[in-house]
Design a protein. Structure first.
Length: 134
């Protein structure tokens, strides 16, 4: 089996993993949450208006302040949404899994035994205990 085929097999295994399945379900729930999608659209519109106002030749400080407040409010609403909270949790789990996979691959590239390489899940701050940066 070549490297590309082995990588494809790894992709198949990743897609079977509970963390990946949870992530895909959470992503679909976000995409189908009409209220959340409307809030995200509103956030983007406010952000564009704020950018436009901040780049205007003559800035209206009251307008900038008002838009900043609206932006913070809608951001809080988006990020506290049940579907967004689930998505962020599921995404963090998939990201952690991918970091583990990448850590093992990097150790193998550096000559470690693939059968005994262990993921380095957290940086201790000490390079002497490190198997390589992400």
């Amino acid at each position: 089996m070549g490297i590309i085929e082995a990588t494809r097999n790894l992709g198949v295994e990743i897609q079977k993993d509970e963390r990946f399945i949870r992530f895909i379900k959470a992503k679909l729930a976000n995409d189908n949450d009409e209220t959340l999608q409307n809030q995200i659209g509103e956030f983007n519109t406010i952000r564009m208006n704020l950018d436009r106002e901040m780049n205007a030749e003559t800035q209206d400080e009251n307008k900038i302040k008002e838009l900043n407040e609206k932006l913070r409010e809608i951001y809080t609403a988006v990020m506290s949404s049940k579907t967004m909270l689930e998505y962020n949790t599921a995404k963090a789990e998939v990201d952690a899994m991918l970091n583990d996979i990448n850590s093992i691959i990097m150790q193998c590239v550096e000559g470690e035994d693939p059968m005994t390489a262990e993921p380095h899940t957290a940086c201790t701050g000490s390079c002497s205990t490190c198997g390589g940066c992400h």
